[in-house]
Design a protein. Structure first.
Length: 292
């Protein structure tokens, strides 16, 4: 990425100094190109032209990201932020310092992560290779890293104890890597990522998988075809259909309808069986005549 400025002056040196002022850099930080040489006036009165110089600087990805951040923060009403660039492997760390800039971090670093993402896009447009930009304010990144490491180890211990998977809240790739690294230090557990895009999160579980759920033999929830309820007093209902779940009392047994003695009377069904009442004979006597 190239930043340039064009200025004029009575001499090349003066034109170059003016161009550097427009760029906001010192003269030793920029390069220049002479566009027009100065011309002296004829007879000291006629003609003549000033020198014209193009000053430029070739900024790297980190400088481009820093310039972009200054513009964005200026639009946010924070023009006095200082940005320090520290080169790292395959990237750079940009540290922001100033008065009352803590709100730039946002909830759990969301605002800072957004600015970091946009700055990274600007930096990667400068060169073809991948260049990673990291933003930091007040050593927030280091504090957040320690918090995530403690969280990863704590959830790993819980998964090992309960033999159940534990899901964490959605995180960005950088924070997920911190969790994965912390979990590797705990024996017997593993971690992986699930979900897509903004919902992608870390899951921590035992290496052998979840332990199957245990059900007690007398667990009412495992019985099928039966419905257990409780009345207002906490007593189960549905046991005895005839007595509303309560055992029959002595009074209820005494009030049962009396049963007829089958020895005295018989009911007659649809097929019209003979009925016996009292001591009456069941069949009449049949007399037969003897033939001579």
């Amino acid at each position: 990425m190239v930043k340039e400025a064009i200025a004029t002056g009575d001499s090349v040196e003066q034109a170059f100094e003016e161009a550097c002022k427009l760029l906001g850099v010192e003269s030793h930080e920029a390069e220049f190109e002479i566009l027009e040489l100065p011309e002296k006036k004829k007879f000291g009165l006629f003609g003549g032209a000033p020198a014209k110089v193009r000053a430029f600087i070739k900024s790297g990805p980190a400088e481009a990201a820093a310039d972009y951040l200054k513009q964005v923060l200026g639009q946010m009403g924070i023009p006095s932020v200082e940005i320090t660039i520290a080169e790292q492997e395959n990237g750079a760390l940009l540290t922001l310092t100033g008065d009352d800039i803590g709100f730039i971090i946002g909830h759990r670093g969301e605002t800072l992560d957004s600015l970091q993402y946009l700055s990274g896009l600007v930096a990667n447009h400068v060169e073809d290779s991948y260049y990673r930009i990291t933003l930091d304010i007040g050593n927030y990144r280091e504090k957040r890293k320690e918090t995530l490491e403690a969280l990863g180890k704590k959830m790993a211990a819980k998964a090992l104890k309960t033999q159940r998977n534990c899901s964490l809240e959605p995180m960005n790739p950088y924070e997920r890597r911190i969790i994965h690294t912390a979990v590797q230090e705990v024996e017997g557990v593993k971690s992986w990522s699930e979900g897509e895009d903004l919902a992608r999160h870390v899951v921590i579980g035992p290496e052998g998988g979840e332990r199957p759920a245990f059900r007690r033999p007398n667990d009412r929830s495992s019985r099928s075809g039966r419905d257990f309820h409780k009345d207002r007093g906490g007593r189960p209902q549905g046991g005895n259909k005839n007595f509303g779940g309560r055992s029959p009392s002595r009074d209820s047994r005494d009030r049962r309808p009396a049963q007829h003695d089958q020895r005295d009377s018989y009911s007659q069904s649809a097929d019209s069986r003979p009925v016996k009442k009292g001591n009456s004979p069941l069949y009449s006597k049949i007399e037969t005549k003897k033939e001579n």
